[in-house]
Every structure is written in structure tokens, then in C-alpha cells.
Design a protein around this ligand. Structure first.
Ligand SMILES: [Zn+2]
Length: 295
């Protein structure tokens, strides 16, 4: 239901409350306007530059389809947790919380981990006392991860106990522990190895299919012209199956052309930063994909 138009005094009052009184949304009051209406108007004024930067707003970056696809693969194929994905910057710019929320919305995530969380073991009083004593004495400076393993607990539980006892490790103590670093390196290496292996399998399968297709095309009089990949030197055909097609607008008009390198080589080049840096951000493949004339 659209509300009545904003009057000049109403807008002036809103600007005054934001700019001069620095009021947060819940405290802003304009008679006859709902909080949603106030919020929307504040956003419009901010975009129009009326608020002199008093209210910056929150930039909500919507998830893109490729991001969601990667998230699905990370969680379902590799079984990664939200914190691991965030820690390794596998989805650049996404925090652990936003990843976790997205996983919830799409029913992703590891059922075993959820189940483990549900059935987290509860200590009986005697054992709890024993555990607390351990934390205060021998376990005092051990990394939480090591203690968790030793006692069959989640690392989170150990940190929660430490917090309650007022003996949590400093950030530095926790993070600089060799165990933490070793674990992190191990996981990163496992990820890279796993991805590389899957990639290799995909590539081999694809290449086999391509060779078959090339044979079939060779028999046909209406086959497209042959086209050599500038990277692997294989002779394929100038067709979408083998070469990525790029459209470019320029003052002269729209230019359509095939990539200089075949799809396999292109995919390989695009992948490189993954194994190098563990990141999957958007990459500029213009260099890989220089337009060649013809099509
Ligand atoms: Zn190639």
C-alpha cells in the first residue's frame, strides 16, 4: 500500500534527525511514516547526496550465480564448512556469516557435522570437573584444537570452557600455535590436490569426447573450418564446442570471434590462480581470449 507523498517539512525533519541528531533508524520519528518508509526515504536521500555522508548505508552485494555454484561445489563435493571457505578466501568478499546464511538458505552443508552438533556429548559432573582441572593445569597453553582431539570434543566447546573459566588463550597464543598452522596448511594442500585431481579427470574426459567429435566432423562435407589452438597446438574446428566465442562492442560495431586458445586451455589458464593462491575470484581472461578475426 503506497503511503502519502513526503512533504517538504517531513523531509527536512528527516534530514535534521539524521544529519544533526545522528539518530539511528529505530529512533527516527516522522508522524505518519512507518519505519520502512523512513528507511527507504533515508536511502533515497543518501543516494541523492543530501546526507553529506552522515549515513553511509550498508552495501548489500547480491550473490551471483557463479558464486552460488562454487558454494554448492565447495559444500557438497568437498564438504567444506563455512568457516573454512571464509578462512581460505574461496569466495572473496564473503564473510563466514554470509556464507553460513547462504548455506542455510540453500540447504547446503554437511549433514554429519550438523548431526554431530546436535548430539554434542555432554559431560557428567565428575568428568566435567576433571576436564576443567585439565584446562587449568597441563592443558593451560595447549591449542584448543589439540585438546578437542584429545577429549573428543568440538574445538568450539573447548574455547567456550576456556572463556567461562576466564583462561582463554590470547589470539596470538591460539593462532601462532604450530598445530593450528600445520592443520591449516594440511587442509589447503588437500584442497589443492583434490581439485587438481578432479580437474585432471574432467579434462581427460573432455579431451576424449573432443577427439571423437573431431573424427566425426572430419567425415562431414559441411564441417566448419579447422582451427588450431595457440596454446596446445591441437587442431580442432572453429566451433563453439571447441572455442569460446566472444562478442565485443566497439565504435565500429559488434565483433564476434573465437578465442585463440581452445576451451580446455582457456579453462586451464583460468584455473591457475586457484592452485596458486587458493582463491577463485573473478579473473580477467582478456589476455587469454584475444579476439581473432573470423568465426
Ligand atoms: Zn588448447
Amino acid at each position: 500500500m503506497p503511503g502519502s507523498r513526503w512533504t517538504k517539512p517531513q523531509i527536512e525533519s528527516l534530514v535534521d534527525q539524521i544529519v544533526h541528531l545522528s539518530k539511528p533508524l529505530p529512533e527516527i520519528a516522522i508522524p505518519g511514516k512507518t519505519r520502512a518508509a523512513i528507511n527507504n526515504q533515508r536511502k533515497r536521500l543518501q543516494r541523492a547526496g543530501v546526507l553529506n555522508g552522515s549515513f553511509a548505508g550498508r552495501e548489500v552485494k547480491p550473490w551471483t550465480y557463479p558464486e552460488l555454484k562454487r558454494l554448492t561445489a565447495f559444500t557438497q563435493e568437498y564438504g567444506f564448512s563455512a568457516s573454512f571457505i571464509a578462512q581460505m578466501s574461496l569466495l572473496p568478499g564473503r564473510t563466514k556469516d554470509s556464507i553460513s546464511k547462504m548455506m542455510g538458505r540453500h540447504g547446503l552443508g554437511n549433514p554429519a557435522i550438523k548431526e554431530r552438533a546436535r548430539q554434542a556429548c555432554r559431560f557428567d559432573p565428575r568428568r566435567r570437573e576433571e576436564f576443567q582441572r585439565f584446562l587449568l593445569t597441563e592443558g593451560r597453553l595447549l591449542p584448543s584444537m589439540a585438546i578437542a582431539r584429545q577429549w573428543g570434543l568440538a574445538q568450539k566447546t573447548v574455547t567456550a570452557y576456556r572463556r567461562r573459566l576466564g583462561i582463554q588463550l590470547s589470539w596470538r597464543e591460539a593462532r601462532s600455535s604450530d598445530d593450528f598452522k600445520r592443520q591449516q596448511r594440511k587442509r589447503a594442500a588437500a584442497f589443492v590436490a583434490h581439485t587438481r585431481e578432479r580437474w585432471k579427470q574432467w579434462r581427460d574426459r573432455k579431451k576424449l569426447l573432443w577427439e571423437k567429435l573431431r573424427q566425426q566432423l572430419a567425415q562431414r562435407p559441411d564441417r566448419p573450418p579447422a582451427r588450431v589452438c595457440q596454446a596446445c597446438g591441437e587442431q580442432w574446428y572453429a566451433a563453439r564446442e571447441f572455442f569460446h566465442v566472444r562478442t565485443r562492442r566497439s565504435p565500429a560495431g559488434v565483433k564476434i570471434g573465437y578465442c585463440r586458445v581452445c576451451r580446455l586451455c582457456r579453462a586451464e589458464r583460468r584455473r591457475k590462480p586457484v592452485s596458486a593462491a587458493g582463491a577463485c575470484g573473478s579473473r580477467n581472461d582478456t589476455a587469454t581470449c584475444a579476439i581473432a578475426a573470423g568465426g
